[in-house]
Design a binder for this molecule. Structure first.
Ligand SMILES: Nc1ncnc2c1ncn2[C@@H]1O[C@H](COP(=O)(O)OP(=O)(O)OP(=O)(O)O)[C@@H](O)[C@H]1O
Ligand SMILES: [Mg+2]
Length: 249
């Protein structure tokens, strides 16, 4: 199985070389755990080290905000965009446009190798609310046709939307990261409690405060088509972004 590397030492090792090509992987974690930073590194390293075109679809931070965040780590996103190695799309969920057809035309035109959707949670929340009445791919009528005659609860509508969204994204066979918000006390692996079953992989990022110190760790909870390190993997966020701490053997 060919692998797509994060370009982050320790993480690629834990993944036995990287993410299996074409896998769609959830990056789940609480606020400020470093989900967006990790995604940026995945795209930046892909573009600079491996010459692979990278697409960042953002639903929370606009391009300016992403530039600013990247600059805090010394990364120049604009430069990569000029070289046509990176494309950033800010998808304004309040505009309720047609997400899948927009993504489809961008992917066909730009032909990326790596894709990030940050955040999946914002997007699906918007689609579930927006699905109630507009002309999007997720119009309630289509959803109901699929789930009928099962009782049409909100949970089932949410599930159908996620199946459709993730299913459509998988068709491109591009290595894709989706971020999902997670509360520390949650027993789920994603905000919706569904995507972890549909995704090919799940990486959970934790942030725990102990006394005056804080502690970050990540965990690979699922990775189809590959073996991986099951241990808790401590990491830090430094001036270089997410860095995996060396394992004590
Ligand atoms: N230059 C830097 N050096 C060290 N740490 C930094 C630096 N810049 C940002 N950080 C840390 O990185 C964290 C931000 O990570 P990031 O935005 O990737 O998290 P996130 O999981 O995407 O958060 P959210 O849920 O808000 O989207 C901040 O909490 C901050 O502590
Ligand atoms: Mg983020």
């Amino acid at each position: 199985m060919e692998k797509t590397k994060f370009g982050i030492q320790g993480l690629d090792k834990a993944l036995e070389g990287g993410l299996p090509n074409g896998n769609l992987v959830l990056i789940s974690g609480g606020a400020g755990t470093g989900k967006s930073t990790l995604c940026m590194q995945f795209l930046l390293n892909g573009a600079t080290t491996f010459g692979e075109k990278a697409l960042y679809i953002s639903t929370e931070q606009n391009t300016e905000e992403l530039y600013k965040q990247a600059a805090s780590f010394g990364w120049n996103l604009a430069q990569l965009e000029e070289k046509n190695l990176l494309k950033i799309i800010f998808f304004d969920i309040t505009q309720g446009a047609n997400f899948l057809s927009e993504v489809d035309s961008v992917i066909k035109e730009f032909q990326p190798k790596r894709v990030v959707i940050d955040s999946m949670t914002t997007l699906t929340d918007a689609l579930i609310i927006g699905g109630m009445g507009n002309q999007s791919d997720f119009s309630l009528v289509q959803v109901i046709e699929k789930v009928s005659p099962i009782p049409r609860t909100e949970q089932i509508i949410a599930k159908s939307i996620l199946y459709k969204l993730i299913g459509e994204l998988k068709k491109y066979k591009l290595t894709t990261l989706l971020t999902s918000e997670l509360y520390e006390e949650s027993k789920r692996l994603s905000a919706d409690g569904i995507s972890e079953f549909i995704a090919d992989g799940v990486i959970i990022m934790h942030y725990i405060e102990i006394g005056v110190g804080d502690y970050r760790s990540l965990e690979i909870r699922k990775m189809r088509y590959s073996n991986y390190d099951k241990d808790i993997i401590p990491y830090t966020i430094s001036d270089h972004g997410v860095e995996i701490m060396e394992k004590m053997e």
